[in-house]
Design a protein around this ligand. Structure first.
Ligand code: ADP
Ligand code: MG
Length: 481
């Protein structure tokens, strides 16, 4: 999304070095930090922050200002869409039928969803915190359009840290002599907006002593991102606790009213920041813990059906003709707004349509991305690898575990990425915009539905995949002109 940094700054090595030092210190001062790999569960050493910063924020032109506003504007509709999907068991069943036939993890989640439906949902309050990710598709003919990469309905991260990056980039720009540009960095506070929705769900649950439980990872490198939201809640006198699956296994229980208790405390809201990858479920007990939480009276963020609504297969099915119209009857403008952000997505189900997708992918592997039903980065396939895998699964049902997607092609922009243990050098960079959505529904009433901020991540174009946590991308800010 960037126009990059001016020639004079790029050429001035001593200025770049000085700005890098200023950037690291300012990031520390503002609490933009991540624990290091070596000690992910202790804050004794915490200098990974130096590895997650772009030295210069991404500059831009008018056209990009327009697409930025477009991404913010469509967010409440995406919130509504995800929520509607989560309430449509027939749609989920049909959309995911082929996937669950071959993908064990999705199948297992789907079985939990069915079990909960059968037993009857015990909680009518729904809390959704999601992040829709986009890239700019910039074609040779000069056209520029905003295309969605995916929507994350589970454990969407960096709402905390991105609340603090604007001040850092403003400061760096000032030190670089670009005062005017520093004023163009937008305020951004997703942490506050996400916490507002959690607080609303907690309030509606209606028990002052009950806590918000963050269900956290074994390895807690990104704890600071979560702490911002925790602290926003504590500021409202809402108690929060952090527990792992293992704690829930050992200390969790449901009482006769299906209220969830952990270690003697009643839980009003379970905010999942872990549980989206097969490897998060290390034993049958872990699955039992997930089922117990799903069954409980606690508000789940997300609940199991909203989790499924965020799968890549659902994303593909939504691009079929008539599907959006079904969710938004008589709202053609909303349909158009959402559809405008869709990249081409193609089924690999068995049958003629899937056969055509295979042919198309094999004929031009560099034009596509092959995606399994996984989250968290590093699972997608590109180029030669895409060709190889597609070739090997094309004749079997296994291919239904994947979807094929048009590769979005942003124009790279030169910039300097500041990453831990990486030299300061000019790279061709690509940016990805994330937009945070937060909503609360009680029964049929949408009590809250907001766009609560954004995230810009920038990486070198030599990487196809990989986020900030993987050490590839850095936290950035749009510089809108
Ligand atoms: P995950 O759930 O693992 O985050 P994503 O679909 O978000 O999966 O893909 C991970 C990364 O791969 C994205 O952040 C983006 O950089 C890249 N990517 C994914 N889909 C596309 C696409 N259609 N075109 C270009 N890059 C993509
Ligand atoms: Mg992603």
């Amino acid at each position: 999304m960037a126009q990059g940094i001016p020639e004079d700054v790029m050429m001035n090595h001593s200025l770049v070095k000085e700005l890098a030092e200023v950037a690291k210190d300012t990031a520390l001062l503002h609490g933009i930090q991540m624990r290091i790999h070596e000690t992910p569960n202790s804050s004794e050493v915490r200098n990974e922050n130096t590895g997650i910063f772009n030295l210069n924020c991404s500059g831009n032109n008018n056209c990009i200002h327009v697409v930025f506003l477009q991404a913010l504007a469509v967010q409440i509709h995406y919130n509504t869409l995800v929520d509607k999907i989560s309430q449509d068991p027939d749609f989920l069943q049909e959309a995911l039928a082929s996937t669950i036939a071959v993908d064990d993890f999705t199948a297992r989640l789907f079985r939990i969803h069915q079990q909960i439906l059968k037993e009857g949902k015990s909680q009518s309050i729904v809390l959704g915190l999601n992040r829709s990710d986009y890239m700019l598709d910039q074609r040779d003919d000069g056209s520029t359009s905003l295309k969605q990469v995916e929507i994350n309905t589970f454990a969407a991260s960096f709402g905390g840290l991105s609340s603090r990056t604007p001040d850092v980039h403003r400061h760096i720009l000032k030190v670089a002599g670009r005062l005017e540009d520093s004023h163009r960095i937008l305020d951004n506070n997703p942490a506050a907006g996400l916490a507002r929705a959690v607080a609303k769900a907690w309030e509606l649950y209606g028990s002052e002593r009950a806590v918000v439980m963050f269900l956290v990872e074994e390895s807690q490198r990104n704890i600071f991102d979560q702490r911002y939201i925790e602290n926003e809640l504590w500021n409202r006198n809402i108690p929060t606790i952090r527990k792992r699956f293992d704690d829930v296994c050992k200390m969790g229980s449901l009482d006769q009213d299906k209220k969830l208790h952990i270690d003697g405390q009643e839980v009003a809201v379970v905010y999942f920041r872990n549980g989206y990858m097969p490897q998060n479920y290390i034993s049958e007990q872990t699955w039992d813990a997930r089922i117990m939480m799903e069954r409980s009276m606690a508000v789940k963020c997300p609940d199991i059906s909203t989790h499924l609504a965020g799968t890549k297969k659902v994303q593909q099915v939504l691009t079929r003709p008539g599907v959006l119209e079904k969710f938004f009857p008589d709202q053609s403008q909303v349909v158009e707004q959402i559809r405008a952000t869709f990249a081409g997505l193609y089924t690999l189900d068995e049958g003629l349509e899937g056969d055509k997708t295979v042919e198309m992918g094999l004929a031009a592997p560099d034009r596509f991305v092959l995606k399994p039903q996984r989250e968290g980065g590093g699972n997608n396939l590109y180029g030669a690898e895409l060709f190889q895998v597609l070739q090997s699964v094309k004749g079997s049902a296994e291919r239904m575990a994947y979807i094929l997607m048009d590769k979005i092609q942003p124009t790279p922009v030169q910039n300097i990425l500041l990453r831990r243990d990486a030299p300061l050098k000019i790279s061709n960079c690509l940016s990805e915009l994330g937009v945070f959505g937060a909503y609360v529904r009680q029964g049929k009433d949408m009590v809250m539905n907001n766009c609560v901020g954004h995230l810009l991540r920038t990486k070198s174009s030599e990487y196809e995949d990989g986020g900030v946590a993987a050490g590839v991308a850095v936290l950035d800010n749009p510089l809108l002109i």
